[in-house]
Design a protein around this ligand. Structure first.
Ligand SMILES: [Zn+2]
Length: 329
């Protein structure tokens, strides 16, 4: 496969990846740039490609495999000529894309669109092992909206917690400011509560020691001074004192909320972290072009498999989760 042949634009990509042979050739080139290997036993002793099902016989473990085995596409009856254009659409939609929109563009049902969207989001969880350094902002926000479809018990609990008709989920963000080598990047965490127990470990895990950390006056962070240069901006006083501020994250929050509001009519709290990962991916790769983002996402697809049942939180597959629907505000 010649990477130069891969188109630069959405219309180009849709035309190019409508061809199943080209899709196959592309995936093979992305997965095995140094020659095909069995995804199970890693043998290089592979028979010829068997058409029309595009199967290889491995002479090492005597099993068959396709280019989808071991990737997020495994077990999906949908062809790569649906998956690849879907990936292009999702990674490059600035404010995200809804399952209805995706379904319409690809000619699949909305349920299928929803499933594809979630599988691809999983592949967009980048930077798992990345550590931030230099100047780092840490801040939280609440994402949520008018709670709908609640039963009485849920409504009672809300009254007790004082959130009223609002269903708010705390989200923590860590932002590494732009350096000479790298534009600013974020990591997001859907946390259960805004307390030290939930917030502090994320900082210690994802920010290298000795970094300069900027937070607001939240008590949860007041022990970070042992390993970091911790500087606090008290928002009751002012929003910035020189470089002591969290404006990078404030800007990101408004971007994030605009995306959620414009595109996703309802977000299940259970799935929130996937939406967060999607937005973080696009933000972190914002300097790349459409083709670059697409190739990065595809490159991370191997080895990330998500079964439908795991996705919806049920071991036996089955229907959609029964939590109250969430309206983003
Ligand atoms: Zn094998």
């Amino acid at each position: 496969m010649d990477i130069e042949q891969i188109p630069e634009t959405l219309t180009g990509a849709i035309r190019y990846f409508a061809d199943a042979d080209k899709c196959h050739e592309f995936m093979v080139g992305m997965r095995w740039p140094n020659g095909i290997r069995c995804p199970r036993c890693h043998s290089k002793n592979i028979g010829k490609l068997v058409l029309p099902r595009r199967i290889w016989n491995c002479k090492g473990c005597r099993k068959q495999f396709t280019v989808k085995v071991g990737t997020i596409f495994e077990d999906s009856p949908l062809g790569l000529e649906k998956w690849l254009p879907a990936t292009w659409l999702i990674v490059n939609a600035k404010n995200g894309i809804s399952s209805c929109e995706l379904a319409r563009s690809l000619g699949v049902t909305q349920k299928t669109g929803w499933f594809m969207l979630h599988r691809i989001r999983l592949a967009m969880q980048n930077g798992g092992g990345l550590t931030f350094g230099g100047q780092v902002e840490v801040d939280e926000t609440y994402i949520g909206g008018r709670a709908r479809g609640m039963n009485n018990k849920q409504r009672e609990r809300r009254k007790r917690n004082g959130t009223g008709q609002w269903n708010l989920e705390p989200v923590q963000g860590i932002l590494e400011r732009t350096t000479e080598a790298q534009t600013s990047r974020v990591r997001l965490f859907h946390v259960r509560r805004n307390n030290r127990k939930q917030l502090e470990p994320n900082v210690r895990k994802h920010v290298s020691k000795g970094a300069e950390i900027f937070t607001d006056a939240l008590k949860s962070y007041d022990e970070l001074g042992d390993e970091y240069l911790h500087k606090v901006i008290d928002h009751a006083e002012c929003y910035a004192k020189g470089r002591i501020h969290t404006n990078g994250l404030e800007n990101f929050w408004s971007l994030l909320k605009r995306g959620l509001k414009g595109t996703y009519v309802s977000v299940e709290p259970f799935h929130l972290f996937r939406y967060l990962d999607e937005q973080a991916f696009r933000f972190n790769e914002r300097k790349d072009d459409d083709k670059g983002r697409f190739l990065k996402a595809i490159a991370s697809f191997a080895g990330k498999r998500l079964m439908y049942s795991k996705l919806i939180g049920q071991e036996d597959g089955g229907s959609l989760p029964q939590t109250g629907t969430w309206q983003t505000a």
